[in-house]
Design a protein around this ligand. Structure first.
Ligand code: ADP
Ligand code: MG
Length: 277
C-alpha cells in the first residue's frame, strides 16, 4: 500500500483536483483506492458527489474518537472509497489542542483499518494550512505530492512547506519523502511556466542529500489548464466520469500511469511510530 499526502498551504493550486482525479485515475487502472478528505470545506467529497447531511458520520468523528474509519468510509465508484469531510473538522484544531498524541490519530485509524481492509493507495487531500489535520496526514503517509501552479511566485512559499515536512520527518515520521511536484494549471504556451519548471528542477538538484525532498522529482506529466476540470466538481464527478476525452482526463490518466510506474518507497505500508528525537 502506498500512502500519499497531497499538500500545499496555498489554496487554489490544484490539491483537490489532483487528489480526486489521481485517485479516480488509479481506480480505473484496477487499484483499490481510499481518498481521505481532510479539508473542512469538503471539496473533495463534493467532487465525488458526496454531500453529507448534518451529523452524518465523517472523518471528523474519527479524529474525535467517535467512529473508526471503517464506519466512515464509503464506496463512491468501482474501487474508489471516500472518507468524507464535514464542516465540523474546522473545530479539530481547538478540540484536539490538549489531546496527547493528537498528531498520530489518523495513522492509528489507518493502521486499524488496514487490518481489516486492503487498499493499494491511500490519498489524502489537505486543507490550505499547516495545522493539525495536515500534520496528521504527514504522520500517516510515506509520500508527499505537492501541486504547484507555475507562476513567478511559485517558489515563494515552497521553502516553508518543505521546512514543515523536514520538521515532521525529524520529529514524527522518518519515512516521509517529498516524492513529487505536480505542475497544475499549466499554460503550455508560456515561457514563464517552462522557466519556473527549470528553476524548480535546479532547486531540487541543489538540495542537501538528507533533505526529505532530495530524491523528489517534478512529474513529467503537466496538468494543463482545462475548463472541464473546473466544471466537473459541480456535477459531483471525477474528470473521467464527466468528460472522459478532454485534455484534463488525458493529463490525469497520464499522471496515474506515472505514479503507478514510479518505484514505490523501499518499504510500503504505513510508517512506523517515530519517537520524537
Ligand atoms: P486547492 O484544493 O489547492 O484549493 P483546487 O483543486 O480546488 O485547488 O483548484 C482550484 C480551482 O481551480 C478549482 O475551481 C478547480 O476546479 C480549478 N482547477 C484546478 N485545476 C485546474 C486545471 N488544470 N484547469 C482548470 N481549472 C482547474
Ligand atoms: Mg482543496
Amino acid at each position: 500500500m502506498r500512502s500519499i499526502v497531497v499538500m500545499n498551504q496555498k489554496g487554489g493550486v490544484g490539491k483537490t483536483t489532483t487528489s480526486v482525479n489521481l485517485a479516480a485515475g488509479l481506480a480505473r487502472q484496477g487499484q483499490r483506492v481510499l481518498l481521505l478528505d481532510l479539508d473542512p470545506q469538503a471539496h473533495a467529497s463534493l467532487h465525488v458527489g458526496v454531500e453529507l447531511p448534518p451529523n452524518a458520520p465523517s472523518i471528523y468523528h474519527t479524529f474525535t474518537g467517535q467512529r473508526p474509519l471503517q464506519q466512515v468510509r464509503r464506496m463512491v465508484s468501482p474501487r474508489l472509497w471516500l472518507a468524507p469531510a464535514s464542516i465540523d473538522l474546522a473545530a479539530t484544531e481547538i478540540e484536539l489542542a490538549d489531546v496527547p498524541g493528537r498528531e498520530s490519530i489518523l495513522r492509528d485509524a489507518l493502521q486499524n483499518l488496514a487490518q481489516e481492509e486492503a487498499y493499494d493507495y491511500v490519498i489524502m487531500d489537505c486543507p490550505p494550512s499547516l495545522g493539525v489535520l495536515t500534520i496528521n496526514a504527514l504522520v500517516a503517509a510515506r509520500e508527499v505530492f505537492i501541486p504547484l501552479q507555475p507562476h513567478f511566485l511559485a517558489l515563494h512559499g515552497l521553502s516553508k512547506l518543505l521546512e514543515t515536512t523536514a520538521l515532521v520527518t525529524r520529529r514524527l515520521n522518518r519515512d516521509l519523502k517529498v516524492s513529487g511536484i505536480v505542475l497544475c494549471l499549466y499554460e503550455t504556451n508560456t515561457r514563464l511556466a517552462a522557466d519556473v519548471a527549470g528553476d524548480l528542477q535546479s532547486f531540487l538538484a541543489s538540495s542537501e542529500p538528507e533533505a526529505p525532498w532530495a530524491e523528489g522529482r517534478i512529474f513529467q506529466t503537466r496538468i494543463r489548464r482545462n475548463i472541464k476540470l473546473a466544471e466537473a466538481p459541480s456535477f459531483g464527478k471525477s474528470i473521467f466520469d464527466y468528460a472522459a476525452r478532454c485534455p484534463g482526463a488525458e493529463d490525469y490518466a497520464q499522471l496515474a500511469d506515472e505514479v503507478l510506474q514510479m518505484a514505490a518507497p523501499a518499504t510500503a505500508g504505513l510508517p512506523p511510530v517515530t519517537r520524537a528525537a
